[in-house]
Design a protein around this ligand. Structure first.
Ligand SMILES: *[C@@H]1O[C@H](CO)[C@@H](O)[C@H](O)[C@H]1NC(C)=O
Ligand SMILES: *[C@@H]1O[C@H](CO)[C@@H](O)[C@H](O)[C@H]1NC(C)=O
Ligand SMILES: *[C@@H]1O[C@H](CO)[C@@H](O)[C@H](O)[C@H]1NC(C)=O
Ligand SMILES: *[C@@H]1O[C@H](CO)[C@@H](O)[C@H](O)[C@H]1NC(C)=O
Ligand SMILES: *[C@@H]1O[C@H](CO)[C@@H](O)[C@H](O)[C@H]1NC(C)=O
Ligand SMILES: *[C@@H]1O[C@H](CO)[C@@H](O)[C@H](O)[C@H]1NC(C)=O
Ligand SMILES: *[C@@H]1O[C@H](CO)[C@@H](O)[C@H](O)[C@H]1NC(C)=O
Ligand SMILES: *[C@@H]1O[C@H](CO)[C@@H](O)[C@H](O)[C@H]1NC(C)=O
Ligand SMILES: *[C@@H]1O[C@H](CO)[C@@H](O)[C@H](O)[C@H]1NC(C)=O
Ligand SMILES: *[C@@H]1O[C@H](CO)[C@@H](O)[C@H](O)[C@H]1NC(C)=O
Length: 391
């Protein structure tokens, strides 16, 4: 009895497997790609027209890589072909695809929802196209996806509130240079593996959600040039792997959470063009040993420039202009040997000596290419060591 039912069971399994195999094979892949070819209205090099022909195997087509074992299409990379056209829903039938790279073309129209549920996809790159429409109603259900790049398109509408519900492996999310307008969804914190978050150059508003501090794998955050309000959440200091924090060109207010200066991995801190206030911590050298890029211009920072900043030996850019810093420019500023750009313009900074000795020290900064000290009450005599080289 047991043997019979087991046989029945095995038969049933075979039927199910056969049915599944029949519904998705290389023929399905070919149909999906021919549907894409049909939707291309301009192909300046005629690559697809001449190469994607049904009398040759899909696996020999330009831009296609097949998996040697399954003999299914594993990668579609037709980036930089200058193609015009739209993306057909059939593309979602490429059910073994791991890489979809359509970047640097002129594709337009909406992205069909079938794309956002491709379970085998690891890399999705639509960078530099003219794709449009809202994605707010789509379920991003891509259980294998590692990178999503929608940079520089015309996507609009709100960011899906539940965007991270079904993206357990997502490491990089690039939605920059679009026209998204909404708050930054706090549910982003469900993308626990996220390392790169780039939402710059959109129309995002509201406050930066404090839940961002839960994304402990994050290495880079850029929210540059949006309409974000409120204070920088101090939870950001929980991000122990953070290398770049780019929040410039928003409407952020308040003082910098002091622990930000204690982040031992931070290399880039860009906060210019906000309304941030408060002073720099006095032991900034202990705090910022790794920082290369400190861009705080055009805010309301005040207080003195701590002389300890001249111990931040990796600094290449120090931009503190257009604030209300006061006191003396440190005479040891020339210790910053890696400096390429120094701007202290439009503050209330003075020299501690009438000979502007901080300027003599700057002569040690052999790599310095840009220096702006204008708009400060700096009366004195230019030291001869520097007068001829720096204007
Ligand atoms: C793919 O599946 C269809 C049925 O859905 C079948 O007719 C066709 O022969 C299969 N093609 C290959 C190459 O196995
Ligand atoms: C394949 O078909 C195209 C027309 O679709 C034809 O120009 C080409 O010569 C054919 N190639 C082969 C190898 O049969
Ligand atoms: C299509 O392009 C690939 C890669 O360049 C080439 O190997 C293949 O022979 C081409 N096929 C046809 C039919 O031109
Ligand atoms: C897509 O192709 C471009 C080159 O055309 C490349 O720079 C980019 O890294 C590729 N994207 C992915 C996710 O591999
Ligand atoms: C391919 O996708 C389309 C639209 O998403 C669907 O209607 C069609 O049944 C699929 N075809 C195959 C062969 O799976
Ligand atoms: C996500 O995809 C899985 C696998 O196809 C499916 O079972 C599940 O229902 C989907 N979830 C949603 C919310 O669409
Ligand atoms: C940005 O959002 C504001 C409302 O918050 C709206 O008035 C404006 O048109 C939007 N700009 C773009 C480019 O979408
Ligand atoms: C995420 O962050 C919030 C606020 O910082 C916190 O209350 C919550 O417990 C965190 N959730 C998880 C799942 O870690
Ligand atoms: C920074 O870290 C040092 C030692 O690691 C600690 O003494 C100091 O209180 C911290 N400062 C802030 C603002 O967290
Ligand atoms: C720079 O660091 C050294 C130790 O590394 C310390 O003795 C010195 O006081 C620091 N300089 C300033 C200006 O804080």
């Amino acid at each position: 009895m047991i043997t019979v039912s087991l046989t029945h069971f095995l038969l049933l399994c075979l039927v199910v497997v056969a049915a599944a195999a029949a519904s998705n094979n290389i023929t399905t892949d070919q149909q999906a790609l021919l549907a894409l070819k049909d939707h291309i209205i301009y192909d300046p090099t005629n690559l697809l027209a001449h190469n994607w022909t049904s009398n040759t195997s899909v696996c020999t087509w330009i831009g296609i890589t097949c998996d040697v074992n399954s003999h299914r299409v594993a990668a579609l990379d037709i980036s930089q072909f200058n193609l015009q056209g739209t993306i057909p829903p059939q593309l979602g039938n490429l059910s073994s695809l791991t890489t979809l790279n359509l970047s640097h073309n002129k594709l337009s129209g909406n992205v069909p929802s079938s794309i956002y549920t491709m379970h085998t996809l690891k890399f999705l790159d639509f960078t530099d196209n003219q794709l449009s429409g809202s994605v707010s109603s789509f379920v991003f259900n891509m259980s294998s996806i590692v990178e999503i790049r929608l940079t520089n398109n015309r996507f609009s509408g709100e960011l899906p509130k539940n965007i991270c519900n079904y993206l357990p492996h997502l490491k990089a999310l690039f939605l920059d240079k679009n026209m998204f307008h909404s708050k930054i969804p706090s549910a982003l914190s469900k993308c626990k593996q996220l390392q790169q978050l780039n939402l710059q150059f959109n129309n995002l508003s509201g406050a930066i959600p404090k839940e961002i501090g839960n994304l402990t794998m994050l290495k880079g955050i850029s929210l540059l040039c949006n309409k974000l309000h409120g204070e920088i959440p101090h939870e950001i200091a929980n991000l122990r792997n953070l290398e770049a924090l780019v929040l410039g060109m928003n409407n952020l207010v308040g003082v910098l959470p002091a622990p930000i200066f204690n982040m031992s991995t931070l290399k880039v801190l860009i906060l210019m063009d906000n309304s941030l206030s408060g002073s720099l911590p006095s032991r900034i050298d202990l705090s910022l040993p790794t920082v290369e890029f400190l861009e705080l211009a055009h805010n309301r920072f005040s207080g003195t420039i701590p002389s300890s900043i001249t111990n931040a030996s990796k600094l290449t850019v120090l931009a503190l202009g257009e604030n209300t810093f006061s006191g003396f420019i440190p005479n040891t500023i020339g210790n910053l040997r890696s400096l390429l750009r120094l701007s202290l313009a439009n503050n209330y900074l003075k020299s501690s000596t009438s000979k502007l000795s901080f300027l003599s020290s700057l002569a040690n900064c052999k790599k310095l290419r840009f220096l702006n000290l204008g708009g400060n009450p700096l009366d004195g005599i230019l030291p001869s060591s520097i007068g001829r080289t720096v204007v």
